[in-house]
Design a protein around this ligand. Structure first.
Ligand code: PGA
Length: 224
């Protein structure tokens, strides 16, 4: 299971409890194979509701994590607290947070360090011009424990949805491996859908996909 490719749902700030329950029911009915490791990253207020049972073929992730330990940090959720809810993965540095909330590569690295310390695997999202600056901020000892999600900003559906040609994607992923080492798993994200997902998932150098828009529909999501 550990080596299965990852398919990660990033619901962003979507779904009320009823919609989340419907999605979960549909996903349970439709998902058939153990070929992929599915990770659902809902808005954090849904984490308790979506706790997987022993039979479920998904685990939970979060879309962000606090850059601080647990304590007096209003509005933040510390990695150590998320770990108690069974959270296994944390997106950090998503381009929407870098853009709308001004998150820097330094802050993203702090989040990644605290997630890793809580046994949550950080998924560090970046575009090609952030590879080196992000590597400079993350301690070398963590490089083989993190996952990188290469997400070209122009390819994210809400920022334009201009898919990268696969050759470009593979080149950037090779650059990421050159920087972080071959043991760092690298995902692709940006307008992944049922038409193009296998082009990414079939590449040996791509460890999985990070999916926004298409993940909101359970039926589409299991067809990736
Ligand atoms: P998208 O989003 O699949 O809707 O392009 C991906 C992401 O923002 O992680």
């Amino acid at each position: 299971m550990a080596d299965n490719k990852l398919i990660i749902a990033n619901w962003k700030s979507n779904k009320n409890p009823t919609q989340a329950a419907q999605w979960q029911t549909q996903f349970r009915e439709l998902v058939k194979s153990d070929q992929y490791q599915y990770v659902i990253c809902p808005p954090s207020y849904l984490l308790s509701q979506l706790q997987p049972s022993d039979h479920d073929r998904y685990v939970l992730g979060v879309q962000d994590v606090s850059p601080f330990e647990a304590g007096a940090y209003t509005g933040e959720i510390a990695a150590s607290l998320l770990a108690e809810l069974g959270v296994q993965y944390a997106l950090v540095g998503h381009s929407e947070r870098r853009k709308y909330l001004g998150e820097t590569s330094r802050l993203v690295a702090q989040k990644a360090e605290l997630a890793a310390a809580a046994q949550i695997t950080p998924i560090v999202c970046l575009d090609r011009d952030q590879i080196q600056e992000q590597a400079d901020q993350i301690p070398r000892s963590l490089w083989s424990q993190i996952i990188i999600a290469y997400e070209p900003v122009h390819a994210i559906s809400t920022f334009g949805g201009h898919e990268d040609p696969i050759e470009t994607t593979l080149q950037v992923i090779a650059d990421i491996h050159d920087t972080f080492g071959d043991n760092t798993r690298v995902l692709y994200g940006g307008s992944v859908n049922t038409q193009n997902s296998l082009a990414y998932l079939n590449q040996p150098s791509i460890a999985g996909v990070l999916v926004g828009g298409t993940s909101l529909d359970a039926e589409q999501f299991v067809k990736l």
